[in-house]
Design a protein around this ligand. Structure first.
Ligand code: B12
Ligand code: SF4
Length: 465
């Protein structure tokens, strides 16, 4: 008999954008928990929603009747998780939610059928909860730390915070055997010709970028040892033979001494696989970049966000625009591609800041950049800053934080034109630099620049409401 069924709400076939991108990665959080609980003697099932459907989940519930279902939930998967909770209740299962989203909306999730919301890391929380739930259900859990639940009279109780895992090396590696890793690799290979797998070396980020959610790990930072991570990579290579890796850490190069020791470990084991990772310009320098290149780094993503120092400072990003440009060039010199995340519409951003971002992108010339219009995730500093002006256009059950607007800033139409202008202006610049002669391509880019510009002018007076 299963003690717990672990699952998540990310369903690839329901995500038209990801279906095009087709770079799925396994749900590491529940795989860490699965490994930990199995080692502690629990019987654990994992339902990996990525390649599945709600109907398949319901069939599994009917067939196996798990007493408890633990669901990883983030902002984007909320709308899939809500019907999953309802399905669990119909099947008579207790529901425990974890991940970054339910921590921000515990009461709402409890009101929609969740029995317990676990805040922070889930390993020890479930180890303690499962026997309690099996014995007496979701009652009198006041002495279990790090959870939110309801007393029988309906009062919502939030217990004291749960201490974090001190020694990450003491945790077993993610239980990848519980799911079909081959499906991930096959999806990658059929679309990109290479198979990629993810892993993490650390938990938590000590920086304070205002829009970023720290709901799970707070501002702590803990690392696994270089030898431990290298051993996991060795296992991945032997077991699954991926063509490349993705280090899903928040800031992969945060600790230089660790990175150097890790690079030595990989070298000692004769492992050199291409990889992608995310970092910050202020955590890079020539020595680090040399080492990344030696290790096989193919692309490094930088949260560049804006080309305006004023906006970066307002975001408390803690990085200089020039640093980002210099590091992008240094990465290119060592043959490493750069990807950048750019955010439009942050509090206080003016037309000249958007101009500065376009100029920044032209100078830095990343290989690729992705744009987002800022959205306030609950319990972030950005959310607090704009809290009086947050626009929720739909009922809580039908929207995510990604859909939240901010009244008083430019309208969504303005940002759509601004994005079109930004992307095409940078693209046109790149073509010109590369000596592009194709008149059709050049004219198309130029037309988009002008349409974007004109649209921005025409919608400049519109505000979001
Ligand atoms: C990798 C990653 C991605 C990958 C996802 C691929 C994948 N399947 O892993 C990609 C690049 C696709 C991605 C995209 C996005 N992401 Co993302 N991503 C991450 C990242 C960096 C790492 C996730 C991870 O593996 N963590 C390591 C594991 C071990 O931690 P964990 O998952 O949190 O699990 C622990 C706890 O949460 C808890 N737990 C987890 N499940 C459960 C279940 C139960 C029952 C319990 C009790 C506990 C529990 O225990 C686990 C172990 O201790 C996180 C930040 C972070 N550091 O976690 C952001 C993060 C999850 N992403 C975020 C966002 C906003 C996005 C995007 C919306 C960005 C965008 N603007 O497009 C998209 C949405 C994509 C989508 N459709 O879901 C936010 C979510 C905020 C929120 N409130 O939900 C995060 C937290 C980043 C941030 N700091 O703001 N992301
Ligand atoms: S955006 Fe990146 S660097 Fe900034 S706080 Fe979040 S995880 Fe840390």
């Amino acid at each position: 008999m299963t003690d717990v069924l672990l699952t998540h709400g990310y369903c690839l076939r329901e995500d038209p954008h990801e279906l095009k991108v087709m770079k799925p990665y396994p749900p590491l959080g529940i795989l860490f928990i699965s490994a930990y609980l199995k080692r502690a003697g629990f019987s654990v099932d994992v339902f990996d929603m990525t390649f599945q459907s709600l109907a398949a989940f319901e069939r599994l519930l009917a067939a196996t009747r798990p007493p408890v279902v633990g669901i990883y939930t983030n902002m984007m998967t909320k709308l899939r998780v809500l019907p999953m909770i309802a399905a669990c209740k119909r099947a008579g299962a207790l529901v425990v939610l974890g991940g970054p989203e339910p921590a921000n909306y515990s009461e709402e999730y409890l009101a929609r059928g969740a029995d317990v919301v676990a805040i922070g890391e889930g390993e020890a929380a479930l180890e303690e909860l499962l026997p309690r739930l099996a014995r007496s259900g979701p009652h009198a859990l006041d002495d279990v730390s790090g959870i939110v639940f309801r007393h029988d009279d309906g009062t919502v109780v939030r217990t004291s915070p749960r201490p974090q895992v001190r020694d990450l090396d003491a945790l077993p590696d993610p239980d990848r055997e519980a799911i079909h890793i081959e499906e991930y690799l096959a999806a990658w290979r059929s679309h990109h010709g290479v198979g990629s797998l993810s892993l993490i070396c650390a938990r938590g980020c000590p920086y304070h970028c205002n829009w970023c959610s720290h709901a799970v790990y707070g501002n702590t930072h803990r690392r696994r040892s270089p030898a431990r991570v290298a051993a996991e990579v060795e296992y991945l290579v032997e077991r699954y033979a991926p063509d490349q890796l993705w280090y899903a850490d928040d800031v992969f190069t945060i600790k230089h001494s660790w990175l150097f020791a890790y690079a030595d470990e990989l070298k000692r084991r004769g492992i050199r696989l291409p990889f992608e990772c995310i970092s910050r310009a202020d955590r890079l320098d020539d020595a680090v970049i040399d080492r990344l290149a030696e290790m096989g780094c193919a692309r490094l993503w930088i949260g560049s966000e804006s080309g305006s120092q004023r906006v970066l400072d307002a975001m408390e990003r803690g990085v200089k625009v020039e640093q980002v440009q210099a590091m992008t060039h240094a990465l290119r010199r060592r043959g490493i591609e750069t990807g950048m995340f750019i955010m439009l519409g942050y509090e206080g951003e003016e037309a000249e800041d958007l101009e500065a971002t376009v100029e920044h992108l032209k100078k830095a010339a990343p290989d690729v950049f992705l744009t987002t219009v800022a959205y306030p995730i609950k319990n972030t500093r950005y959310y607090e800053k704009v809290s009086g002006r947050v626009l929720a256009r739909d009922e809580w059950d039908r929207r995510t934080d990604r859909d939240l607007g901010v009244s008083g800033r430019h309208s969504p139409r303005f940002y759509s034109y601004a994005t079109r202008w930004m992307v095409s202006a940078v693209g046109l610049h790149r073509m010109q630099q590369a000596g592009e002669r194709n008149v059709l391509r050049l004219s198309k880019a130029l037309a988009n620049v002008q349409i974007g510009r004109l649209g921005m002018r025409l919608t400049a007076a519109e505000t979001e409401s």
